[in-house]
Design a binder for this molecule. Sequence first.
Ligand SMILES: [Zn+2]
Length: 197
Amino acid sequence: MTTRDKILSLLRGPVVARIRFTFPFNAGTVTIAPASFHRVADALETGKISLQVTNTFPPGVGGQYTSGTPNLLQVAPLIGRTEEGLLLHECTHAVFDLTKTQVTDNEDEAAAYVVDALYFRMTGLRRPRWDAEPHATAGGVADALLRDYQSGKTGLPAVNAAAWRALRTEIALHSVYRWGTSGVLGVLLGASTGHDG
Ligand SMILES: [Zn+2]
């Protein structure tokens, strides 16, 4: 299976099918749901997003999404759950770009960290593997959402307000990614995570 096919399968697969939450923003409420990621898969297929699989990222960088014509998703090869989670992080940036959702950079980044933390939790990736910030704090938001999922509540759970605030603060404190001057929405510089089966 090519990396491209793996990415499409992941975006349309059973784990992503469980990811759903809302968060408040300036213009109301933002929803992240499986359809958000299906839209990214469609954009990859139609060429609205071009994909570049590359080994040229510095250590610890999982990927990069750049808004443009076409949009560009650059990812490291999908070796395991760590890389898959980081890919979904970048795809969350793509969601906001494709939908022209006017979230702030901080909200954009926070939502992306929640998505990767949800993926790590749902696939049972041990916490020491993703304890670098802001992933760890995003884990608190993910934990609360998973409790909602498991309680049998249907519908879209909102992020826990306190956990979300803590995550946004953590992101504001971090300077590990750079912002927007060239349309770069976010460059993820997590801890080097090694390989994962
Ligand atoms: Zn990011």
